[in-house]
Design a protein around this ligand. Sequence first.
Ligand code: NAD
Ligand code: UD1
Length: 349
Amino acid sequence: MSILVTGGAGYIGSHTCVELLRNGLELVIVDNLSNSSLESINRVRKVTGKGFPFYEIDIRDKDGLKSVFSENKIDAVVHLAGFKSVGESVQIPLHYYHNNISGTLTLCDVMKTFGVKKLVFSSSATVYGNTESVPLVEDTPLGATNPYGRTKWMLEEIFRDLFISDNEWSIALLRYFNPIGAHESSLIGEDPNGTPNNLTPYITQVAIGKLNKLRIFGNDYETPDGTGIRDYIHVVDLAQGHLKALSKVVSTTGIEAYNLGTGKGYSVLEVVSAFEKVSGKTIPYEIVERRAGDIAKCYSDPSKANHELKWRAEKGLREMLEDAWRWQENNPNGYATVNNKPLQIFTRS
Ligand code: NAD
Ligand code: UD1
C-alpha cells in the first residue's frame, strides 16, 4: 500500500514516516519546507534504510499535487501539512486560514479527482477550546480560542460535510494532545524555529545552555501544585497511532475523531522535576504571569482509540524526556547542526 504524507518533513511527520516505512508501507512525501528542512527527510532515509520520492511542493499548488498523484500510485493520505503556532496565528490569521484551510481544500479536490478517499488528518486537542471537563472525550462540544484552533475545528466540520456529500470517504480525525520526545536513535526530533513556545523544547534548551531559565506561566491554577496540567505523549506513540488509523480507514468508510493521548496529566513542575532526574541538570525557573489562552488542565480519555484503533500509548514521561534530551544533546542546533537550514526559504505568501 502506498501512502502520501503531507508535511512529512516536520516534527510529527518525520516520526510518522519512520513508523509507516518500518511497517512495510510505501511512501510519497510532500512538504514545502516552510517549517522544516531537507535534512529531516535525509534522516528518515537513514533511520529506516528505505527510499521514497520527496516533492518540495506547497499543498496549495494544485497542478503540483496533481503531478504527484499522476506519477505515483496513492491509496491513502496522511495529512499533516499546516502551520501550528497559536501566537503567530493571532498575528497573521489570514496566512493560517489560507495555508491550513485552502491547502486542505486543494488536497481534497485533487484526492477526489484521483478517486483517493482515504484520509488520516492531524487535528488537535485545541478543538476542545477552553473546556475544563477533563478527561476529554471525543463528543465534548468543540470550540476554539484562536485562529489556529479555528482552522482545525473548521476543517473537522468541512470533512464531515465532505463525508455527508459522498459516503465513500473514510476519514480519521486524530486529535493530538501534547506530543514531545524524539526518535530513540536521536536522528530525528523537534527543531523549533527561534525561541520555543512549548514547554519541553524550552526546558531542553535551558539544559543545554541556549536559554537562561524557564518561565513558568502561573502557579495559581486549580491543580495540586498550581501549575498547568497536560497530557504529554511520546511522538513515536503518536506516530504509531497514524499507522493504526490508516488500517482503520482503508478497511471502512465513515468519519471518526480519536483522541491520541496517554490519559494521564502532568503539571509543569512535575515535568521539570522528571527532566532534572533524567538529565542530571538543574533547570532554573521563575514563576511569571499566566499565559493568555492557557487552561488549567487538559488531558484525554483515549479509550475510543484504545478500543477502535487497537492503539495505546506505551511510553511514559521518563522515556519521553530521555529521548527529548538525547535529541537535544546530539543535535544542539537541531538539523542545522549539519544541514542546510540557514538556506531555508520561507514561502508564506
Ligand atoms: P511541523 O511544523 O514540524 O510540521 C508541519 C510540516 O508541514 C512542516 O514540515 C511544514 O514545512 C509543512 N507545511 C506547512 N504548510 C505547508 C504547505 N502549505 N504545503 C506543504 N507543506 C507545508 O509541525 P508538527 O508539530 O509536525 O505538526 C504536524 C501537524 O500536526 C500540524 O498540522 C499541526 O497543526 C498538528 N498538530 C501538532 C501538534 C504539536 O504539538 N506539534 C499538536 C496538535 C496538532
Ligand atoms: C500549546 C498550544 C496548543 C497546541 C500545543 C501543541 C497555546 C495556548 N496552546 O498547548 O494549541 O496544540 O501547544 O503545539 O499555545 N509552559 C510554561 N512555560 C513555557 C512553556 C509552557 O510554563 O515556556 C506551560 C504552559 O503554561 C502549559 C504547559 O507548560 O501549562 C504546556 O505548554 P505548551 O507546551 O506550550 O503546550 P499547550 O499550552 O498545552
